[in-house]
Design a protein around this ligand. Structure first.
Ligand code: ADP
Length: 325
């Protein structure tokens, strides 16, 4: 009888910790006597049938590396039903019984459709630095990205206080303020601008900065999420410069937040989720993604991927101005 065969792919934006998850998928599979195929460049590799068997040796020395050894890509063709139908036929022909998809909400949507339309059992592992998936408190890469942003802003703080300057620092998060708000707390930022904010963020920023100036603050750090409603930090900076004649600088942290060696948390959860995804698929579970709630591993139906996204905790957003006193 043909051995059970699992395919694993990484899709969407890369995130530190993806390699830990791949390694765990491969080694847990081998431990259970299951074949495992690596599918390269996300759903694009599925469409192109770009897959090959992975051995334990393929996963040596990858646990500590950022990025993904399977590469990742954005594959718009996968949004087309007939393309998914062909991919499902190709998977069946190659004897690949089920899939582990490591990625964010777009990737999970693709996995969900593949399961619903063609019965391919899929397991999702949250891999996105944004930490914006419903039903889970964690995603791979978030903790590492946060620590990278914190390390950079600590350095900026040194020069900000030496020159008595205001710095606007852009962190990643086109539609999520998770990185921005957590970074702001961890760096003692004077203010944070983020997409889900329900107030006029520019007005709130000015109020906050003025309160600081009145108390004698000479330097400030403002964390700005990419998708902030007040505009990008250059626009916000220009407005502040014109209205208050400030000596300010803008720093965009950019892609350094995606790279780097994963933190302990991202390695541990990548390992746990990778192993658990395989065990559950082999046991017959399908159409789920893994997550964490109250620090416990949970399984969530893929159909829930369209639920409301988590927002930055109010307790943290309210704390930023309080702690900047
Ligand atoms: P992420 O998974 O990090 O959210 P994307 O949103 O770019 O990243 O999605 C990754 C990939 O998932 C896309 O390139 C595409 O192949 C697939 N995908 C995204 N949305 C859909 C969709 N609505 N239907 C089918 N596949 C999708």
């Amino acid at each position: 009888m043909k051995p059970y065969r699992i395919g694993v792919l990484t899709s969407g934006g890369d995130a530190p910790g993806m390699n830990a998850a791949i390694r765990a998928v491969v080694r847990q599979s081998l431990d259970l006597g299951v074949d495992v195929y690596g599918i390269y460049r996300g759903f694009q590799g599925l469409v192109d049938q770009d897959w090959r068997p992975l051995s334990s040796r393929n996963c040596a020395n990858i646990l500590q590396r950022g990025g993904t050894i399977l590469n990742t890509a954005r594959c718009h063709a996968f949004k087309v039903k007939s393309v998914r139908a062909q991919a499902a036929r190709d998977l069946k022909e190659a004897g690949i019984d089920s899939l582990v998809v490591i990625g964010g909400d777009g990737s999970f949507t693709g996995a969900h459709l593949l399961g619903e339309e063609h019965g391919i059992p899929c397991a999702g592992i949250p891999g996105t630095i944004d930490n914006d998936l419903p039903g889970t408190e964690r995603t791979l890469g978030f903790d590492t990205a946060l620590n990278t942003a914190i390390g950079a802003i600590d350095k900026i703080r040194d020069t900000a206080s030496s020159h008595e300057r205001l710095f606007l620092v852009e962190v990643m998060g086109r539609s999520s303020g998770m990185i921005a708000v957590h970074t702001a707390i961890a760096c003692g930022a004077e203010a944070v601008l983020y997409p889900e904010s329900h107030v006029d963020s520019y007005a709130a920023l000015v109020t906050q900065l003025k309160a600081g100036w009145e108390r004698g603050k000479r330097s400030s750090i403002v964390v700005v999420a990419e998708g902030d409603q007040a505009g990008n930090p250059y626009e916000v900076g220009e407005r502040l410069r014109n209205e208050y004649n400030l000596d300010l600088r803008v720093v965009v942290l950019g892609h350094i937040q995606r790279g780097g060696s994963p933190t302990a948390i991202d390695r541990i959860w990548g390992s746990l989720w990778g192993s658990e995804a395989v065990k559950r698929l082999v046991a017959g579970e399908k159409g789920f993604y893994l997550g964490a709630q109250a620090n416990e591993l949970v399984s969530i139906p893929l159909s829930r991927i369209h639920d409301a996204r988590p927002e930055p905790p109010l307790a943290l957003t309210k704390l930023v101005p309080t702690l900047a006193l």
